[in-house]
Ligand binder design. Structure first.
Ligand code: ATP
Length: 487
C-alpha cells in the first residue's frame, strides 16, 4: 500500500470512529481483536445496505424467497458441508516476532511486490505454483517456495519460520448445561448451510418451482488467523447469501446470469464500474465447477467483496447422505429431448455470497472525500464529505432552523413531523449553520433544509445538496417530494 493509500485508509478508520459509524468492540477493555460494533450512523447505514440487498433479492425477483435460520445448527451439518474436515487455512509462525500469518497471504504479498516492479509474468507463475501446492496440500513444498522467494516476516525481518500447519476456522462451543452430556456445536462459519438444510421445507411450503432462490442475511463466525484491515476481515461478521436452485446442466447459464446481475446491483448504487473487476478462480473448491470473486478497489488494492459460486449438487447430496433424508425435487416440466418430464433429481446450486461488513467498508471507501474549497475571497477551506449513495445514507434529510427563536424551530418541527414517517430525518438547532452543514457532510446526509425568517413570510426554505453544496430556495411543501424523488 502506498503512503497516500495508507493515509486515506487510516483517515477512513478514524472518521468511522469519530462520527459514530464503527467502534472497536469492548473498547474500554482495549478492544477485542477483529470484532467491531456499529454506532448510530453505522448501524443505520448497515441496515440500509442489508435492506437494499434484501429488497433486490426477494422483492425484485419473483422466484426468490427469504428465510432466517438459526446460528446454531446440528453438528452433523458441518460434517456434511465439509467444514469439519476442510475449513482450514495453512498458517505459519515467525519464531522471532511470534507473529502468525496465512501462508497464501505471504505469497500473494510477494507476488504484489513483483507486480509493482513490473515482473507480471513472474508474479503469475508464483501464484500458479502456490495454487498447485495448496491444492495438493504440499506444506513442505509451500515452505520451500517461501524460502526460494526469500519471504521474511515484516516485523522481525527474519525467515525463521515454524512448519506450516492447518488451522480450522470454526468456533466451537457446548450445547447443554451439564458438561458430560454436552454436545460440541459450532457457530456457523457461513449462512448458506441454513438454506440447504431448509431446501425442502421452503420449496414445499412456498410452493417454489425450479429455478428458484432462497436468500438469507445473518451473522457468521470465523476464527481468522490474521484479521487485519479494519472490518475487511472480522471474526464475527454478517453475510448476505442467496442459493439459487437449478436444473442440472443449466448451472453455467445461471452462473453467468448471476455474475452479471450482481455486478449490476453494485453499479445501481452509483459506484463507478471501473472500481470493480471479476476474478475467476483457478483453484476451485472441492464442491464447485465454476467460481469467481467480484473485487473492488479498496484503498489497499483490489480485493474480494462478493463470491459467485456454482456449487453443483454437492451440498444437497451430502446432506441427503448424512441425514438419510431424500433431498430431491420432482420436475414436472417436459424434457423436449425425451418428451417426458424431467422427473426427480437433486438440484444444482449457484450461490451469491457477499459480506455485509465488507460492503459497508466498500461504501465508506467510495464515499470518503476530503475536498478543498475556494471561497469567494480566494482563501481556501476544506471539508470531509461522505458521498454515500442517497438511498442508503443513514440520514436523508437534516432539518435546521437558522435560529433557536422567532418561531423558526416550530416551523422546522412541522416539516420534521411531515417527513419522518417517510424517510430518516435529523433535527438540530445548535451551532452556526455552516458548522451544522459540515457535520451533515461528514455523516453523508444528502439534503439539508434551513428554515429562516423568509420562511415565515413566503413559506420557502433553502435546500442544500451535499455533493455540489448547491443551495436553492424551494417551497417547504415541496421538500418531502424532492427528497423522496431523489431516493
Ligand atoms: P477470503 O478469501 O477473503 O477469506 P472467502 O473466499 O473465504 O473470503 P467466502 O467464504 O466466499 O469468502 O464468503 C463470502 C463473502 O463473505 C466474502 O466475499 C466476504 O465478503 C465475506 N467474508 C468472508 N470472510 C469474512 C470475514 N472474515 N470478515 C468479513 N467478511 C467476510
Amino acid at each position: 500500500m502506498s503512503i497516500q493509500q495508507d493515509n486515506r485508509f487510516q483517515a477512513i478508520i478514524s472518521h468511522a470512529k469519530e462520527y459514530g459509524f464503527v467502534f472497536q468492540s469492548s473498547e474500554i477493555y482495549d478492544g477485542l481483536s477483529a470484532v467491531y460494533d456499529y454506532g448510530p450512523y453505522g448501524s443505520e447505514l448497515k441496515k440500509n445496505i442489508r435492506d437494499y440487498w434484501w429488497k433486490s433479492m426477494t422483492q425484485m425477483h419473483d422466484n426468490i424467497v427469504g428465510i432466517d435460520a438459526a446460528i446454531f445448527m446440528h453438528p452433523t451439518t458441518w460434517k456434511a458441508s465439509g467444514h469439519v474436515d476442510n475449513f482450514s487455512d495453512p498458517m505459519i509462525d515467525n519464531k522471532d516476532s511470534k507473529k502468525r500469518y496465512r501462508v497464501d497471504h505471504l505469497i500473494e504479498a510477494k507476488a504484489d511486490q513483483l507486480r509493482e516492479k513490473g515482473a507480471e509474468s513472474e508474479a503469475d507463475a508464483l501464484i500458479a505454483q502456490m495454487d498447485q501446492l495448496l491444492a495438493a496440500e504440499d506444506f513442505a513444498g509451500l515452505k520451500q517456495l517461501m524460502t526460494d522467494q526469500k519471504i521474511v516476516c515484516s516485523v522481525s525481518g527474519t525467515a525463521n519460520w515454524t512448519d506450516i500447519r492447518q488451522f480450522n476456522l470454526m468456533f466451537s462451543t457446548q450445547l447443554g448445561s451439564v458438561a458430560e452430556d454436552a454436545d460440541t456445536i459450532y457457530l456457523r462459519p457461513e449462512t448458506a448451510q441454513g438454506i440447504f438444510v431448509n431446501f425442502l421445507n421452503v420449496q414445499k411450503t412456498a410452493r417454489m418451482k425450479i429455478p428458484f432462490g432462497i436468500a438469507q442475511t445473518g451473522k457468521a463466525f470465523r476464527n481468522e488467523i490474521v484479521a487485519r484491515q479494519f472490518i475487511f476481515r472480522m471474526r464475527e461478521f454478517e453475510q448476505m447469501e442467496m442459493q439459487f436452485f437449478v436444473r442440472p446442466g443449466t448451472q453455467m447459464e445461471w452462473y453467468n446470469y448471476w455474475k452479471q446481475e450482481r455486478l449490476n446491483w453494485h453499479k445501481s448504487l452509483g459506484i463507478p464500474a471501473e472500481k470493480y473487476r471479476y476474478h475467476d478462480h483457478v483453484k476451485l473448491a472441492h464442491y464447485a465447477d465454476a467460481a469467481l470473486d467480484i473485487e473492488y478497489e479498496f484503498p489497499f488494492g483490489f480485493k474480494e467483496v462478493e463470491g459467485i459460486h456454482s456449487r453443483t449438487d454437492f451440498d444437497l447430496k451430502s446432506h441427503q447422505e448424512y441425514s438419510k433424508k431424500k433431498q430431491q425435487y420432482f420436475d414436472a416440466d417436459v424434457d423436449p429431448s425425451t418428451g417426458k418430464p424431467y422427473g426427480n433429481y437433486i438440484p444444482y446450486v449457484v450461490e451469491t455470497s457477499i459480506g455485509l461488513d465488507r460492503m459497508f467498508l466498500l461504501v465508506m471507501s467510495h464515499a470518503y472525500d476530503e475536498e478543498t474549497l475556494t471561497k469567494e475571497d480566494g482563501s481556501t477551506d476544506s471539508r470531509v464529505v461522505m458521498r454515500i449513495p442517497a438511498k442508503i445514507a443513514p440520514n436523508k434529510l437534516a432539518i435546521l432552523p437558522l435560529m433557536k427563536k422567532d418561531g423558526l424551530p416550530e416551523i422546522a418541527k412541522e416539516l420534521l413531523e411531515e417527513c419522518k414517517p417517510h424517510f430518516k430525518c435529523f433535527y438540530e438547532e445548535k451551532d452556526a449553520i455552516g458548522k451544522r452543514y459540515r457535520r451533515q457532510d461528514a455523516i453523508g446526509t444528502p439534503f439539508c433544509v434551513t428554515i429562516d425568517h423568509q420562511t415565515k413570510e413566503d413559506g420557502t426554505v433553502t435546500i442544500r445538496h451535499r455533493d455540489s453544496m448547491m443551495q436553492e430556495r424551494v417551497a417547504m411543501k415541496e421538500v418531502r417530494r424532492i427528497v423522496t424523488e431523489a431516493l
